[in-house]
Design a protein around this ligand. Structure first.
Ligand SMILES: *Cc1c(COP(=O)(O)O)cnc(C)c1O
Length: 362
């Protein structure tokens, strides 16, 4: 086999090698059925077991809090941007959004198409390089929910603590940092994530929500866009993305093997600390983009003195086997996405490269 790439892609992103190998071994003949899991009915016992196992494993990793349910949906986190207000933003209500960057803004844009919104807090003035202080947040009485983006994948910022919203449901887009460390699910009404960053391959979106929020969707909503449809049908109303859900289950097993969320957090901190220390100790050759206290441990954004030098960095890194270090086209600069599945050795190889690059160009 050729060498595995040093993969720092933002999404779809690296998957654990052990999971890929396991899937490979089971690819043609799943559990002696003579079929791939992709070839079998989603109504059959064999698939349904995997489907239910993925949901229960996810809740177990989050401490099995009472009254929560997992849904497996399609259309990405992007479809959730619309489904949330469609289901929760009724007449006379307003949805609050915390504007932290590119993804928060996309979520807000969709909500505005559906109903009334307000900006509860924003870091726009700071060019989205920080997370606003939400400790003294006051929400109007008719607030339907407060929406946050726990990790801004493009800017490289991450919430370190979540706001207390009292009886107003807190909703988080956790697409790029779900399961990167332990968190208290009971603080949230809904948590959702496209799988392709920290949970598995693209094609499935995970929604974890308090059960009472998943019932009684507004009557006029089309069937697929109603949370109650998926709740009542155990995410099997129509054909689910069965292979992606199988992969999510395998990734969740792998997380358990890493010492569950505490173990994963430890490894993520080691990777992020190594990379940020390299940036911070470069004497200004590398400059971290995000406010230090709000730095993401998943998406590390940094810059060099000129765009020219950044281009050279990307080019040179690609020649040496590093993938995905170019920043998002909307913000430029450089970005290393170091999700759960990115091994420490990849980050070690990256900082070695960074040190060499600085020596040659500093
Ligand atoms: C990638 C990403 C999305 C978009 O997810 P899709 O599954 O492609 O719709 C939304 N929010 C965040 C924070 C992301 O990182």
């Amino acid at each position: 086999m050729s060498k595995r790439a040093y993969n720092f892609n933002a999404g779809p992103a690296a998957l654990p090698l052990a999971v890929l190998e396991r899937a490979q071994a089971e690819f043609v003949d799943f559990k002696e059925t003579g079929m791939s899991i992709m070839e079998m009915s989603h109504r059959g016992k064999v698939y349904e077991e995997v489907h239910n196992e993925a949901a229960s494993r996810l809740l177990k990793l989050l401490g099995n809090p009472e009254g929560y349910k997992v849904l497996f949906l399609q259309g990405g986190a992007t479809t959730q941007f619309a489904m949330l207000p469609m289901n929760f933003l009724g007449e006379g209500k307003k949805a609050g959004y915390v504007k932290t960057g590119s993804w928060a803004n996309k979520a807000l844009k969709e909500a505005k198409l559906i109903g009334e919104t307000f900006v509860a807090a924003s870091s726009e003035e700071d060019k989205y390089m920080s997370i606003p202080d939400l400790s003294k947040l006051e929400l109007p009485e008719n607030t339907a929910y407060l929406h946050i983006t726990s990790n801004e994948t493009i800017e490289g910022t991450q919430f370190q603590a979540y706001p207390d919203t009292g009886s107003v449901p807190l909703i988080a887009d956790m697409s790029s940092d779900i399961l990167c460390r332990p968190f208290d699910l009971t603080q949230f009404g809904v948590v959702y994530a496209g799988a392709q960053k920290n949970l598995g391959p693209s094609g499935v979106t995970v929604v974890i929500a308090r059960e009472e929020l998943l019932q009684n969707s507004p009557k006029h909503l089309p069937t697929y866009f109603r949370y109650d449809t998926h709740t009542e049908n155990n995410s099997l109303y129509n054909t689910p993305p069965s292979f992606s859900i199988y992969m999510v289950n395998e990734v969740l097993k792998w997380i358990e093997e890493q010492g569950s969320l505490k173990g994963i957090e430890q490894k993520n901190l080691e990777k992020a600390n190594l990379l940020y220390q390299t940036i911070d100790s470069s004497g200004g050759f590398y400059r971290g983009c995000a406010n230090t206290a709000d730095r993401s441990i998943m998406n590390v954004t940094f810059r060099l003195a000129s765009e020219e030098l950044e281009k050279q960095f990307v080019k040179q890194s690609e020649l040496e086997g590093f993938i995905g270090l170019k920043g998002h086209r909307s913000v430029g600069g450089l970005r290393a996405s170091i999700y759960n599945a990115v091994p420490y050795d990849s980050v070690k190889a990256l900082v070695d490269f960074m040190n060499e690059f600085q020596k040659a160009n500093g």
